[in-house]
Design a protein around this ligand. Structure first.
Ligand code: UD1
Ligand code: CA
Length: 420
């Protein structure tokens, strides 16, 4: 697959989002919709990526950074005009250059689907290849109009569709591969003669058909990929699909999730076999959890935390940028931030690590075998030694490190005794 480039259309405001933030920068899980599209296009093997920006282009450019080349569309005249902005790019003028077009508001289309589309395009000599799906509810999408023999004749947008065309159940997903040179020649012929007075990219299909150029179709069966996010409601629907996709993988890898409906796990989370996730639990990205753990109900494991094998994390426990060693237990109502907890530590109910002093986030270390009494506050930075103990309600103040095998009690905590 030589000479393949991609363009992601992301210039629209997304008026129906009713937001100050461009639509494609709204988050789907831990990253914006646009981030998903960029990642999926890259994972499909395309290196040269253009992004068409328009509404609040500085915000979009800042997010994109070095991941792609942003090109501005000054006036939002439609999807064909958006693609037109890159007509003079050197990479697209090369012999046999191909262009994959995808919209920034379709974050669920997988890399594999994009790859299949490209493969099909290269396997046959056609001017363009597009992705379609058959759906019982085609509302809002462009409909694929085929001639009697099955060849695609045109795509008609919903607003322009006749009653007969509206009943067509094959829709345009909005991902296409075109021969670049042919594409720009076709775009030149498009006129904005539709209700929105826009230059519709979808009209290139009819232009190419009239020139007797072949258009190929890849029909995907995966309805869960096609959703175009046009409103906050469809963003919520998209997130639901994305969330279930992650949960499916996690469950298949040997994790018990008792109530998928109330479990929120981001991408880039690893969970070991035979761990059980109880209801109403949220686990953020870049978290690693070991085998045979018990997490929740009502637990919140935040980014960059690590939980080793055999750990129990119970009700209303929040773990933030922290590590918990093997077989340690944090069963009830705790906040643990910037902390490294060793093996077989018991963290009593209501333990709080005060990691933030108003200026800095400070570190806490709790060594193997320590026993933290209920309602202890550890004011960071502080260290608890091996097998050290705090009495219930102790407040261990900054830098008042507790030595190994030592018991402290009170406010501020003072040494009660040394254990034998
Ligand atoms: C588009 C397709 C429709 C398809 C659907 C799939 C067209 C004309 N219609 O409809 O056939 O079924 O997607 O989800 O293409 N954009 C620009 N510049 C513009 C206009 C739009 O960059 O001038 C961007 C938007 O930011 C958006 C994308 O293009 O990311 C698609 O535009 P949108 O208005 O959402 O098109 P749909 O009506 O959803
Ligand atoms: Ca859309």
């Amino acid at each position: 697959m030589k000479n393949i480039n991609a363009v992601i259309l992301a210039a629209g405001e997304g008026t129906r989002m009713n937001s100050k933030c461009p639509k494609i920068l709204h988050r789907l899980g831990s990253k914006p919709m646009l981030g998903h599209v960029i990642d999926n296009v890259q994972a499909a093997g395309i290196k040269n990526i253009f992004i068409i920006t328009g509404y609040k282009s500085e915000m979009v450019e800042k997010y994109v950074g070095d991941n792609a080349k942003c090109v501005q569309q000054k006036k939002l005249l439609g999807t064909a005009d958006a693609v037109w902005q890159i007509r003079n790019e050197a990479a697209l003028k090369e012999k046999n250059a191909r262009l994959l077009i995808i919209y920034g508001d379709t974050p669920l289309i997988r890399a594999l689907t994009i790859k299949d589309l490209i493969k099909k395009h290269y396997s046959e000599s056609v001017a363009g290849t597009l992705l379609t799906v058959n759906t019982k509810d085609p509302t809002g999408y462009g409909r694929i109009v085929r001639a009697d023999g099955g060849n695609v004749v045109k795509i008609v947008e919903e607003q322009e569709a006749s009653v007969y065309e509206r009943a067509i159940e094959e829709i345009n997903v909005g991902v296409y591969v075109f021969e670049a040179n042919r594409l720009f020649k076709a775009i030149e012929k498009i006129k904005p003669d539709n209700k929105k007075k826009e230059y519709y990219l979808t009209d290139v299909v009819q232009v190419l058909h009239k020139e007797n150029r072949l258009i190929n179709v890849v029909e995907t069966q995966n309805h869960n990929e096609i959703l175009g996010v046009n409103s906050r409601f469809s963003l919520a629907q998209a997130y639901e699909i994305f969330r279930m996709r992650i949960l499916d993988e996690i469950i298949a890898s040997g994790v018990t999730v008792l109530d998928p409906k109330s479990t929120y796990i981001d991408e880039k989370v690893t969970i070991g076999r035979d761990t059980v996730i109880y209801p109403c639990t949220m686990i953020e990205r870049d978290v690693v959890i070991g085998e045979n753990c018990s997490i929740g109900p009502f637990a919140h494991i935040r980014s960059k935390s690590k939980v080793c094998d055999g750990v129990a994390i119970g009700n209303f426990v929040e773990l933030n940028r922290s590590e918990v060693g093997e077989n340690s237990r944090l069963k009830h109502q705790s906040y643990i931030g910037d902390t490294k907890i060793g093996k077989a530590v018991n963290v009593g109910a209501g333990t709080i690590v005060a990691n933030y002093d108003g200026k800095n986030k400070n570190k806490t270390i709790v060594k193997d075998g320590a026993f933290i009494g209920s309602g202890t506050i550890l004011v960071a930075p502080v260290k608890m030694g091996k097998n050290a103990v705090t009495g219930a309600g102790a407040v261990v103040t900054k830098n008042k490190n507790i030595a190994d095998n030592t018991v402290v009690v009170g406010i501020p905590a003072k040494v009660l005794k040394k254990k034998k």
